[in-house]
Design a protein around this ligand. Structure first.
Ligand SMILES: *[C@@H]1O[C@H](CO)[C@@H](O)[C@H](O)[C@H]1NC(C)=O
Ligand SMILES: *[C@@H]1O[C@H](CO)[C@@H](O)[C@H](O)[C@H]1NC(C)=O
Ligand SMILES: *[C@@H]1O[C@H](CO)[C@@H](O)[C@H](O)[C@H]1NC(C)=O
Ligand SMILES: *[C@@H]1O[C@H](CO)[C@@H](O)[C@H](O)[C@H]1NC(C)=O
Ligand SMILES: *[C@@H]1O[C@H](CO)[C@@H](O)[C@H](O)[C@H]1NC(C)=O
Length: 595
């Protein structure tokens, strides 16, 4: 059956695996249990944590959830694939990569190269630290059949990348293996082809007898896209449809529906800006959305099998005990919540709160933790577990993965997630394909002792605040104008009490925190309260809420406000900036260093 996949190539790579596994195991017997650990990172695309997709992945449950730790408050910081991947591979927030879109001029592989990251990102750093690095699947958008070699993605021992314009075509993929020309797999199922490639790269890694980092990035459960060119070509046409499952899975889950949560196609509008104007979806639209949801879950079945096959190999090679396996997604997904068509790119919980599961040496089995973690933290985490000295320019903090580390972090770890987005939002289903412009916003998601909030400011300066304890579906915007405002001052009312605090107090603190976070770099992103309180007497929102800081926050601070909406990160559009205005920090250094 290997002939099915363009005969030669698969035969050539699989035969040694069949013939040579004993040798491989013997070799590994010497090094596997005592050498530096390996990492396998499985990165899905658009997988939710809120629509129940993981419940339909029995092998992910068996190998990862039952044997590892689930990070229930893991967030992406920019809810769309290319910017989010740039953050994963650099450890930097999007405002520091300036890769803020999927296509040029603000994003895509060409922008990644222009920004100088091809010489300066995770695979390169891993190689410098003595790791072999391997990758199969989608790296970035606009990494294409024409630009794949100009330049080649640096830092990989070997790879087999999916290329545009075929990346999201489940039945007509093109892959390119290092040193070879792109190969079409027309008619074969993308995830199954990738599973073979992952096995082949894993075997290479094992035979090389060096510690390795292998990323496997299947497209599921992203929608299917047929394109007649990439964003580099003239007038490319992109045709979106629901994800396509493997034939063997296409009849499963006939009764499954999108969970009917409080924010699902609600009777009254919710959100802000263009979201607040969306009409309630028709019955026909809702039925289509349920279909779309089922297609996502069906498409994830081949990923689930891929996961099982990878674990079988890790076990067979005798390296399972010395390998960390991470499972996550680039961003989340919404279907019908707030009346939204299937898609992402919003700051709502469905889009930003995503799965992160870790299994490996010292990681507790069958545990869930509530510590706050983000995609900016993953590169620092890989450095930490592989014993590589950290980089000062990382915008995130290493995630503790052992029970002791998690226990300590639950007392002390930062509470916030800095969320940002620039540009467009559009549905990926067949109903209402409007591209909503001005989907540019900054936000904070914060979870601390006694409070959980989502605070956002859009580029038209609309504000949102949700009390996530009492309103997890984000249906009641506490800053909708004018009901929550003190009309004499047009500022949030002191008479409204939320989580035990007056609204104006909470908003003033969150706003100052956001002012710091929206242009922070490195240490300031990791410990933003220290930028506001150089004496280091405040580390949490709760501490900042002390009345001794009322004047500081409510009277002295500049408020976050956009000057205008733009589709990329142009500082001129973004109003006051912590660093620009030199309040306490310049170039990420505290004032006492540069004054
Ligand atoms: C995981 O923990 C839950 C409860 O905490 C328990 O019901 C379940 O049996 C455990 N699963 C395994 C595989 O240990
Ligand atoms: C696959 O893509 C090629 C190139 O665009 C096209 O010619 C071919 O018809 C496609 N095949 C299928 C099955 O869609
Ligand atoms: C894609 O199709 C559109 C519409 O038929 C056409 O205008 C455009 O030139 C095509 N683009 C490419 C790159 O083939
Ligand atoms: C988007 O923002 C720009 C600049 O702030 C404004 O001119 C334009 O009218 C806005 N468009 C919509 C659809 O709101
Ligand atoms: C980000 O990139 C865009 C497009 O190249 C550019 O206009 C903008 O100035 C850049 N922003 C920053 C902060 O460098």
């Amino acid at each position: 059956m290997w002939k099915l996949y363009h005969g030669w190539y698969i035969l050539a790579t699989l035969l040694p695996a069949l013939a040579g596994s004993t040798t491989t195991q013997q070799v590994l017997g010497d090094v596997s249990q005592c050498g530096r650990p390996n990492v396998v990172f499985i990165l899905t695309d658009d997988q939710d944590a809120h629509l129940g997709s993981l419940e339909y992945m029995p092998f992910v449950r068996k190998h990862l959830l039952d044997e590892g730790t689930y990070f229930n408050k893991h967030y992406c910081t920019t809810a769309v694939c290319c910017p989010s991947r740039a953050t994963l591979w650099t450890g930097k927030a999007s405002h520091n990569t300036n890769i803020t879109d999927v296509n040029p001029p603000y994003g895509g592989y060409p922008k990644f190269v222009d920004q100088g990251f091809n010489e300066n990102y995770l695979p390169v750093w891993l190689q410098q630290a003595g790791y072999n690095s391997y990758y199969t699947g989608k790296l970035f958008n606009v990494h294409t059949v024409t630009n794949y070699n100009s330049p080649e993605p640096a830092g990989f021992t070997n790879y087999d990348f999916l290329l545009d314009p075929f990346t999201y075509n489940y039945l007509n993929s093109t892959f390119q293996r290092k040193g070879e020309n792109p190969k079409s797999y027309e008619g074969y199922y993308s995830t199954d082809v990738m599973s073979q490639k992952a096995q082949s790269l894993l075997q290479d890694a094992v035979l090389a007898e060096e510690p390795f980092f292998l990323t496997i990035a299947p497209i599921a459960p992203h929608g299917n896209i047929v394109m007649n060119g990439s964003a580099l070509d003239k007038n490319p046409v992109f045709e979106h449809s629901a994800p396509i499952p493997a034939k063997r899975h296409e009849l499963l889950f006939g009764d499954v529906q999108v969970p009917r949560s409080a924010n699902f196609n609600p009777g009254k509008p919710s959100g802000a800006n263009w979201v607040l104007d969306l009409p309630q979806q028709t019955q026909e639209n809702v039925e289509y959305n349920d279909h779309y949801h089922r297609q996502r879950i069906r498409s994830l079945q081949a990923v689930d099998e891929l996961v099982d096959d990878i674990f079988a190999k890790l076990e067979e090679y005798g390296i399972l005990e010395n390998t960390y396996v991470f499972y996550s997604s680039d961003n989340g997904f919404h279907i019908g919540q707030h009346r939204l068509q299937p898609g992402k790119s919003c700051g709502y919980e469905e889009d930003i709160n995503i799965p992160l599961i870790v299994r490996g040496p010292g990681v507790a089995a069958n545990q869930t933790t509530e510590i706050v973690t983000t995609h900016t933290d993953l590169a620092p985490t890989f450095f930490d577990i592989l014993g590589i000295p950290t980089r000062e320019d990382f915008d995130g903090n290493a995630i503790p993965i052992t029970p002791d580390g998690i226990n300590e972090a639950s007392q002390r770890r930062r509470e916030h997630v800095a969320v940002e987005y620039w540009g467009y939002a559009g549905g990926e289903g067949i109903f209402d394909r409007t591209l909503h412009e001005n989907n540019t916003y900054k936000a904070i998601r914060i979870s601390g002792d006694g409070y959980k909030f989502y605070y956002s400011i859009w580029c038209n300066n609309e504000h949102e605040l949700y009390d996530m304890d009492t309103d997890p579906g984000q249906m009641n915007n506490l800053l909708s104008v004018p009901s929550s405002m003190d009309t004499t001052k047009s500022s949030p009312s002191a008479a409204i009490i939320v989580a035990g605090y007056p609204l104006n107090k909470i908003v003033s603190r969150l706003d100052s925190l956001l002012l710091v976070l929206k242009s922070c770099k490195g240490a300031v992103c990791r410990e933003p309260w220290k930028a506001l309180h150089p004496k280091r007497d405040v580390n949490t929102l709760k501490e900042a809420l002390s009345s001794k800081f009322d004047d500081f926050y409510q009277e002295q601070q500049t408020r976050v406000a956009f000057d205008y909406c733009w589709n990329g990160y142009v500082p001129e559009a973004e109003g006051s900036m912590w660093e620009k205005d030199g309040l306490f920090f310049r170039d990420g250094l505290p004032w006492h260093v540069w004054t």
